[in-house]
Design a protein around this ligand. Structure first.
Ligand SMILES: C[S@@+](CC[C@H](N)C(=O)[O-])C[C@H]1O[C@@H](n2cnc3c(N)ncnc32)[C@H](O)[C@@H]1O
Length: 229
């Protein structure tokens, strides 16, 4: 998957995206936004905001910036901002793997159903960590690679087909979080079918600079989260 392919695929979904993926994932999006634990006056970033289905869920006391590669998806988001009068939200076209924001800009960062849709998940997560303040919260809502060997094999078979339609099915949470500077604080399976996982992380990036052993803590906490999810 490259950026041009992802943009083309999601632009083609923009007209039907809310009908297909709105209600069915609504509760999980609510849960993910709650786990950001946003406080009054805080700055929140949503990467891969798509058509803005999460935008009405943020408290009006924060400021939300949503970014996405697809202008057509963003246009649907802008309609929601107008319709719901979300004066605290703004949308920008930007590549999540090369963000134009300064480091430590946001208090909380959300990626809902995005990490398996981006061409470069490791770089994207690295950017999320960079723009999030030390001690800030990062929440990932995503499907991660099945642990059961049979499920994992099926997902690997389907992966090439899935990438054609805009996502990968074989993203591994431990691999993604290893060395990221994130410590998992909550990890649980969510519906539908418990196929998706919400992972709430604390951004420990400055601790990590002080103490390289903290890197291993990120790996261990990812492993625990996957085991308990
Ligand atoms: C499955 S949709 C999720 C949309 C929304 N977060 C939701 O909850 O429905 C994935 C979105 O990620 C966007 N995306 C993929 N790669 C991206 C990148 N590198 N930078 C920004 N957005 C990206 C796509 O354009 C698409 O809108």
């Amino acid at each position: 998957m490259d950026a041009a392919h992802v943009e083309k695929v999601y632009s083609s979904y923009s007209g039907v995206y809310d009908v297909l993926f709105g209600k069915v994932f609504h509760r999980s999006r609510c849960h993910a936004v709650e786990l950001l634990s946003v406080k009054p006056g805080q700055e929140v970033l949503e990467v891969g905001v798509g058509t803005g289905l999460s935008l009405p869920l943020y408290p009006r006391w924060c400021r939300v910036t949503g970014i996405d590669l697809s202008d057509k998806m963003l246009e649907k988001g802008r309609e929601k901002i107008r319709r719901h009068r979300l004066a605290h939200a703004r949308l920008m076209r930007m590549d999540a793997s090369a963000m134009q924001f300064d480091a430590d800009r946001f208090d909380a960062v959300l990626a809902a159903y995005v990490m398996s849709a981006v061409p470069d998940p490791l770089r994207t997560l690295g950017e999320m960590v960079r723009v999030c303040k030390p001690g800030g919260t990062i929440v990932l809502l995503n499907h991660f690679h099945a642990k059961h060997p049979f499920g994992a094999r099926i997902e690997r078979w389907f992966s090439p087909l899935c990438t054609k339609i805009g996502f990968r099915s074989d993203l591994d949470l431990e691999h993604l979080l290893a060395g990221s500077g994130l410590r998992v604080t909550v990890g649980r399976k969510v519906n539908p079918f418990g196929y998706w996982t919400i992972v709430q992380c604390l951004n420990t990036k400055s601790d990590q600079a002080r103490e390289p052993a903290a890197r291993m803590q990120g790996v261990r906490s990812a492993r625990r989260a996957t085991l308990h999810a």
